[in-house]
Design a protein around this ligand. Sequence first.
Ligand SMILES: NS(=O)(=O)c1ccc(CCCCO)cc1
Ligand SMILES: [Zn+2]
Length: 268
Amino acid sequence: RGCNLTACSSKYVLSQMHPMWQGPLVVPGGDRQSPIDIVVRKSIFDSKLKPLVTKYDPHTCQQIWNNGYSFLVEYDDTTDKSTLQGGPMEDKFRLCQFHFHWGETNAWGSEHTVDKKLFPAELHLVHWNSDKYSLFEEAVMEDNGLAVIGVFLKVGKRHEGLQKLVDALPAIRHKNSVVEFNRFDPGCLLPTNTDDYWTYHGSLTTPPLTESVTWMIMKQHIEVSHEQLAVFRSLLFTSAEEDMQKSMVNNFRVQQPLRGRAVRSSFN
Ligand SMILES: NS(=O)(=O)c1ccc(CCCCO)cc1
Ligand SMILES: [Zn+2]
């Protein structure tokens, strides 16, 4: 009866390694899960891939909150005010939120990797297909419903645009805390070159893990300071009521099998 010791211990160890990961590490039957390692020499240049066109209105920024897994900056997506077009997509997509994933040290933290290279953190700008659907909740269930831009963060000089966001984090230290946040231009978090990216069909990297995401991973990273990342790590997974406070770190998913998917590049 029950599993043998090793199986139990390995299951126990796994859960310890990903203490905050809720939900299955591998989705049964999932053949387009995220994140993945981008093997540069296996990516395929596609000259039909267009540059990304982002038109973000800073006034559509509404709030920043701690959802117990990351912190989200949410935008008013009831109109086409902050949009993403171009890239591999035919349709127009609306920005609904952006968030980050990071590690407990600068040695790891990103969800995607490039030839196995890990970055200390990764930014995700989440958009949904407003040409085909009328709500994010609808789009999240559809093959072509979502488009997420991934940007790698490296530790270096201080990112002036990010600082406004960093200064708001102490107010949302605990899970479910929210603070009003307006007039933030997410465009300031994009690298100078957004023409060079890798793209593939994948999934959300947290539950519901739906396979509805067209991923565009930027080749060029942005730089943030060690101190700015340290403030990310000062956030807590836990709510104010809980007695065991847990630092919000290592909120990334383990990498998923490619299952024969092609990763295309917009550059040679
Ligand atoms: N790390 S990610 O960019 O893949 C991502 C984006 C958005 C969600 C929100 C799902 C809410 C479903 O109602 C979850 C994960
Ligand atoms: Zn994410």
